[in-house]
Write a protein that binds this ligand. Sequence first.
Ligand SMILES: [Cu+2]
Length: 347
Amino acid sequence: MPARRRNRTLSLLVASALAAGLGSAAIAVTGCGSSQATAEGHDATTHAATSTVPEVVSAESNRQDAVAPAYRPAKVQRVVLDMLEKNMEIAPGRVVKVWTFGDRVPGPVLRVRVGDTVEVTIRNKGTIQHSIDFHAARIAPDKAFRNVDPGESLTYSFEATTPGVFMYHCGTAPVVHHIANGMYGMIIVEPEGGLPPVKQEFAFVQSEFYVSDTPGQPADNTKLMANEPDVVAFNGYAAQYKDHPIRVRRGEPVRAFVLAAGPNTWSAFHVVGTIFDRAWIDGIHPENLSIGNQTLNLSASQGAVAEFRLDQEGVYPFVTHDFTNATKGAVGLFATTHAKVAAGGGH
Ligand SMILES: [Cu+2]
């Protein structure tokens, strides 16, 4: 049920010249798309130690498709999530050790309907304890959301009772670290009978990364406690839809599911050049219906649905309107079918 994902492998070489006292040196990124052909400069002198052997950190690209998965009818929705530790590139030249639900960060977008039973199985293939907390569940957390040891698995079920866009995440202490390292995702709970069909549906999970100066390490605790992320992204990779704009058809309805996964940072979700015709924050309920929003204000863990149209041919940025975080990567582009997009996104 995860969206189609690009799967590339790249290598990150930290030049051994650092150890020879050359100061700020290069990281060469190879084997990936042109948008990542050159990594940014990186001063690794403080951790280059005395080794003269190049440090090689292999990593997959965390880029992924934004198309929301379709609902697949089933009375029991079985979800199996492997919890892994792997190196992922989350911005050009920035490789972090993530802890996952599934093969990417965020975990897969899940989509169920009210009345479905969600049977969740987590398999801990990492080296420390993890767990999974579903905000869509009404369940005793001390039992269902309990820790699972490495090598162990856990299965529990809950009934989807409340339509909305909800977060799931690892709830093992320290929770901030487990979320900062990538253990979160979105579950869409449709109302009974489903949402009205819309052909153009996308899912955006906004989250932030506190990148260690050493490639291939988990979140930097000092930055995390200071709440100073380096990268803020939609769907786990900085500005990926600016590099590769999302095509939509002019004048036709677009539905975006949005989640602010944090761990700490909010989302002020806004699409430049349009107004949301309809929106719901958290619960999809008539009394939550909001009309004419310019921006959706989502604190950490909140989800939303935004429905809108792009009336003219053109290129329409979407951002968190907290622009410091847009600058850190929470930005993308919608481009209508016939709009010209310059190389590199054109914005
Ligand atoms: Cu965890």
